[in-house]
Design a protein around this ligand. Structure first.
Ligand code: ASP
Length: 312
């Protein structure tokens, strides 16, 4: 029997078109994906909602929370078998991870997007949307958390990241790879996530800053954040989780004020650990009270800390 899928549009290149006069990619007045809906209905009964029509750099945590509320409202009214969300690719991984942490549905929530706008040659929007609907309608997608489907691959919201500014194979899960693939004939999963964190929140009431750590970094910017009203900070540290000595002094100051300091590695692969005991080394930072958020990128660790603070 055909599954019932809720399809929510939020904007992004998948809903945009190339303007031949100006040479720019622009928002379309009518969503070009709407023209394809009959083809997509072959795979599931689709209920469409236009939530926003925004490029994804305009998406904020408040918008993500609206999206979560919309899903809850629709699910309460008529339980769907799956949800598909179209989204700009720039911040797609952040919205996906936000929904991973703030929802606890067993049904699949699948995000997709496109790297080429609707009227460009080789446009990947309709194909990715079709794949996302097929994944959301697959029995095996249940219980795997929030998923991201593009370019025939299925990734978890936790691990996926945009790795290339323009390639259609931009979405990758460094270290782990995709958890499944989409083929013409079927949806294949070969891995499943082991656990899931649930952080339900009502409102975005806190602010979290993030810095990428670099050689010779001073503590001056870091120490301004509490005066600016920030409630916590995420640092993308060096290597296994180290920072320059001057920064360690600033970190100590923030911890003394009671601000949480989270450390991840700025390396693309691997995790932050408390190995080095020198001034600014990971062992010293951990002893000081810095929390290591292993395996998350800076932007996801920032969202997680924000949600933890908002749910307190
Ligand atoms: N800049 C666009 C956005 O994120 C890129 C895309 O959608 O692929 O909205």
């Amino acid at each position: 029997m055909k599954k019932n899928i809720l399809l929510i549009h939020t904007g992004g290149t998948i809903s945009m078109e190339f303007d031949t006069k100006t040479g720019g990619v622009i928002l379309s007045a009518t969503n070009p994906l709407a023209l394809e809906i009959d083809n997509i209905q072959k795979f599931a009964n689709i209920t469409e909602v236009e939530a926003f029509n925004l490029p994804s750099p305009h998406i904020t945590p408040e918008r993500m929370l609206e999206l979560k509320a919309l899903i809850t409202e629709k699910m309460d009214y008529s339980p769907f078998d799956g949800v598909v969300i179209t989204h700009g690719t720039d911040t797609l991984e952040e919205t996906a991870y936000f929904l991973e942490l703030t929802t606890d549905y067993t049904i699949p929530i699948v995000l997709t997007g496109a790297m080429r706008s609707s009227n460009e040659i080789g446009s990947d929007g309709v194909y990715n949307l079709m794949s996302a609907v097929r994944v959301a309608a697959a029995d095996d997608a249940n219980g795997k958390g929030v998923l991201v489907v593009l370019n025939d691959e299925i990734h978890t919201a936790t691990n996926v990241t945009k790795t290339h500014s323009s390639s259609v194979s931009t979405f990758q899960s460094p270290q782990f790879g995709p958890i499944g693939i989409v083929t013409k004939a079927a949806i294949h999963f070969h891995h499943a996530p082991l656990s899931r964190t649930y952080l339900p929140i009502e409102k975005i009431s806190k602010k979290v800053a993030m810095f990428k750590v670099y050689a010779g970094m001073e503590a001056d910017l870091l120490t301004t954040i509490s005066a600016l009203g920030y409630d916590g900070v995420v640092l993308e540290g060096l290597g296994q989780g180290n920072v320059p000595p001057n920064l360690a002094t600033g970190i100590r100051g923030l911890l003394t004020e009671g601000l949480p300091v989270i450390l991840v590695s700025r390396c693309f692969n691997g995790i932050a650990q408390d190995i080095y005991a020198y001034e600014g080394g990971g062992k010293m930072l951990k002893d000081m009270g810095v929390r290591f958020e292993n395996g998350l990128s800076g932007q996801k660790a920032r969202l997680k800390l924000l949600l933890e603070l908002c749910s307190e």
